[in-house]
Design a protein around this ligand. Sequence first.
Ligand code: F3S
Length: 280
Amino acid sequence: MKVLVASPTGLCFGVRRAIEALEATLEERGQVYSLGSPIHNPQEVERLKAKGLVVVDEIDQVPPGVTLFIRAHGVSPQVFREALRRCGEVIDGTCPFVRKAQERAMVLSDEGYPVLIVGDGEHPEVKGILGFVNGFAAVVPHRGRLEEGLNGRRFQKVGVLSQTTQKLEVFSDVVKALVGIVPEVRVYNTICSATLERQRAVCELASSVHGIVVMGGRNSANTRKLYQIALESGAQAVWIEHPDELDYGWLADKGSIGLAAGGSTPDWLIRELIERLEKL
Ligand code: F3S
């Protein structure tokens, strides 16, 4: 079977950087705690747990004095302060693109702008960014929820930024709607370049293959977006977490397959998938 791999695809700069820092610390210390899963990929997390990684959900579950790793999604300033107070050492793996979004939120808030974040309010990155805002802040997943997000208030000015893995169209739609109802809108497009490049690569691939396999963790926001983009581009697409989930019946009538992987899908899983597809 002909296999075309989206380019770029797979591990993004921020996750690769964080995992390298985490692995180096594990080598040195033998045990490292992580606040939340350091990568949205269960297979990779299992591999790191075998090296001494311990994942906890809340800061108060971290025993005093241990080494704590802050994942690429970052945390709020309040959580970071508590981590410094509690732990012997804090390794900050916050992605520089997330850091930029946090800084933008803080600047907007300091300058008196109510802050809107276009994203998923349950996502840890967004929860962390919210912690940088003093004053009105709301999370809007898409244009249809804008009025609800503004809570019926008529602001004279609003600052808006995006979750780093947001789809560009969703962000633009919210910005366009805001411009129609708020006199002053300050926009920071904080979608990271790794996300934009991966989304464009899937669009391009869609027209040249018979189907697209998107691989990535079920809990990976950017993988979900790649899958949606593949479908919206008119391609037949499936989303798998591991090569074992391949549906050979679905593949049977397809002469060429495109492959895309979320920003937290490790290289070794992508290699395994390519090998299996090329054998068909
Ligand atoms: Fe960073 Fe973008 Fe990856 S924000 S963690 S480079 S998806």
